[in-house]
Design a protein. Structure first.
Length: 105
């Protein structure tokens, strides 16, 4: 609970965070990104539908899309998807996932 309150404090998303030197906003966005993408992993692997909140996906795509060129050079991001792809497909690709992936049956 204290961490959630800390991220809600005025100015929490300003500056950089720790030794990584990443913007604090980026670090704060990592948890919802991971939860959103791992929920897709689980849903896809078990054949369940999953549709994350569009507003959240938009924020995450903007946040991590800006870092994508650097992340790709570092081997930490996947290749971009086709122009006009759905925002969630863009986010999945940013995390190295194939939006069309399905488990082998």
């Amino acid at each position: 609970m204290a961490r959630r309150a800390a991220w809600g404090a005025p100015g929490a998303e300003e500056g950089t965070s720790g030794a990584t030197g990443l913007p604090a906003r980026t670090v704060g966005s990592m948890v919802p990104r991971d939860l959103t993408v791992h929920a897709w992993d689980l849903a896809r692997a078990t054949g369940q539908p999953y549709e994350p909140e569009a507003a959240l996906v938009g924020v995450l795509v903007a946040e991590f899309g800006a870092l994508a060129p650097t992340a790709r050079r570092m081997g930490m991001s996947g290749e971009p998807v086709a122009e006009g792809a759905a925002p969630f497909d863009v986010l999945l690709a940013l995390t190295g996932r194939g939006p069309g992936w399905t488990p082998q049956r």
